[in-house]
Design a protein around this ligand. Structure first.
Ligand code: ZN
Ligand code: ZN
Length: 344
């Protein structure tokens, strides 16, 4: 076992550098996992490109790997086991948990994304109690989609979407595509994706959208009443303020707008419209109490178009920053996987 491992470290000013960090030692009850793949999340883009991260942070929270070493007192796990690391569930006692909303448990440890010690590196030590075994029929690479898939499942569940719904998804990047694919896997097929980048529109059709439009094709709503072909539910997955405003415009009476994508510019919400049409606006951020298991099951079921959801080319640690820039520019549609073991 070597003593050091490469990691993509945030060094400030929107820059990353591959540095050698000590490989963690698994404490009692922990295992050391060799990271196989770690997906790039929109949150990582905001933290790096918009410079919110603290220098020294290692980002990356959508990952899968293989057990390299088992700590003291760990039963039932062996080196070589392919795993993902589940979220911590709700406490079951706080106000949010009692209201059936464990995803926002008040005692849940907030993820420290700013100074995060994430998985854009080669090894991570984690509590064995949080491990889930990757099913045989699912690749370790595709299992790195478990976390964002768990979020997409939660997003769709919160919105209470049914097959009768007419759904708009604004933003055809990784989040919008995964949300679309999860909706489709649940039998919802009237899905329109609005997206400015042609490559992303094309990919949206591949993952199950019935139709795609350019954002400029979405009409402004009349003062009172709806557009000609309104939607019952809109998922705003781009984080773009204009897209949020337009999504609200597209809703039918008693429609629902779900904010999924974060952004640094805030939309202006026409509250008159929300009142008159009795619209509901919600946000979706986290996972269900059941954690990652349902997502892992869905990924293993073959119901999701994994090849269209994941970009074909994985990137090494030193390819992370240029890839983030390409993602932010809308040049890449699907989830990009980082392979920390690949040294350039
Ligand atoms: Zn994420
Ligand atoms: Zn709680």
């Amino acid at each position: 076992m070597p003593e050091h491992m490469p990691a993509a470290v945030y060094i400030g000013d929107g820059a990353l550098a591959v540095q050698e960090l000590p490989i963690p030692t698994p404490a009692a009850g922990e295992v050391l996992i060799e990271v196989s793949h770690c997906g790039i999340c929109g949150t990582d883009l905001h933290l790096v490109l918009e410079q919110y991260a603290r220098p020294g942070a290692v980002l990356g929270h959508e990952w899968s790997g293989t057990i390299a070493q088992v700590g003291e007192g760990v039963d039932g796990w062996e080196p070589g086991a392919r795993v993902v690391v589940d979220s911590v569930g709700g406490c079951g006692e706080c106000r949010a948990c009692r209201a059936g909303r464990p995803a926002v448990c008040l005692r849940r440890e907030p993820p420290d994304y700013l100074g995060f010690r994430g998985a854009f590196t080669q090894y991570k030590a984690v509590p064995a109690a949080r491990l889930l075994r990757i099913p045989d029929q699912l690749s370790t690479r595709a299992a790195a989609l478990t976390e964002p898939t768990a979020i997409a499942l939660h997003t769709v569940a919160l919105a209470g979407v049914t097959r009768a719904d007419r759904v708009l998804v604004t933003g055809g990047g990784p989040v919008g595509l995964l949300t679309t694919a999860v909706l489709r896997a649940q039998g919802v097929d009237d899905i329109t994706v609005s997206e400015p980048a042609p490559a992303r529109r094309e990919r949206a059709l591949e993952v199950g959208a019935r139709q795609v439009v350019e954002p400029s094709e979405l009409p402004r709503a009349p003062m009172a009443g709806t557009v000609d072909e309104p939607f019952t539910v809109a998922f705003e997955c781009s984080g773009n303020a204009r897209a949020g405003e337009s999504a609200l415009d597209q809703l039918d009476y008693a429609g629902m707008l779900v904010f999924v994508g974060t952004g640094h510019e805030w939309p202006r919400i026409n509250h008159n419209r929300v009142i008159v049409l009795e619209l509901t606006i919600i946000g979706a951020y986290n996972y269900e109490a059941a954690g990652f298991a349902p997502a892992l099951e869905l990924l293993a079921s073959g119901a999701l178009p994994l090849d269209a959801l994941i970009e074909a080319d994985d990137v090494p640690l030193d390819g992370l920053l240029p890839t983030m820039q390409r993602l932010a520019a809308g040049e890449l549609a699907g989830k990009v996987m980082v392979r920390p073991e690949v040294r350039a």
